[in-house]
Design a protein around this ligand. Sequence first.
Ligand SMILES: [Zn+2]
Length: 303
Amino acid sequence: MEDQNLDESFSPVLLAIASQESGGRVPDIFQSSESLGLPPNSIGPEESIEQGVKYFKELADSVGIESASDEGLDLVLQSYNFGEGFIDYAKERGGYSQETANEFSDYMADESGWSSYGDPKYVSHVNKYMGSTATGDVEGEVIGDMALPLSKDAFMNDLMCDIGCYYDAGSDTPHPGYDWNVPRGTKAFSMVDGTVIEVSEGSPDNPQGIPLSQALTMDLGNYIRIIPDNNKGVVLSYFHLTGQDNGVMVEEGMKVEKGQVIGHSGNSGRTTGEHLHVEMLVGGDYHIDSAIKFYDEMKAKLE
Ligand SMILES: [Zn+2]
């Protein structure tokens, strides 16, 4: 780092790049041999780190940033994946955006006749390793050390199924969470201060009222799983989030705050109608015995 006169604020960024590139397993930890025009993984670790840092420094200089808090870091990161050609392309279009990254990827794929080019989601993939904080507004109703998963009105009035209210069709598993009958697009709030450990997105919403037999052929749909800071044995999950914009607003590794908007309800996965399913399970066992019953307690505090 010192050899390259890079500001210290870039250290976590470089580590995040190394994690994204390699998970720490591949010897060429910055995957930087390609930037030397060599075949992938053809240089050793030390040389690789040096070359990766050098390449990063060139891109940072070219974008014109001096510290990790400068605007333009995202452009440097995406260029680390796409190559230096992305810098001018993005600058001509007002700087980095996800949309511009997608366009550049498509454009380069077309030009080169490849089926795809680079990783247009590189910025969010690297951010995942930086322990970044979710950016949703904090609007949920806080009750003690928890927040309601929905607005107070929906929480109190729209519960349609609680823990054990039915057995999942085709299995012996009693329903291990709570279902609220809320329309697609309803805000979902983090109930706790915690860390996002898993997200799934990209599933479409099902048509309203599809037959259960059809819904059961779906995957799990769009969901978020969070571990609370104050009880790491618990996993809190939100299911059936919408496949439209902002169904899932957080990424793996992000810190979330209680009451923060993390996504929007929908009708994705194994569901026949729009609703939000929320469960808190101890140890993550998908079973009613490990389900934490939070509704009655929270409701009592609200009344
Ligand atoms: Zn449910």
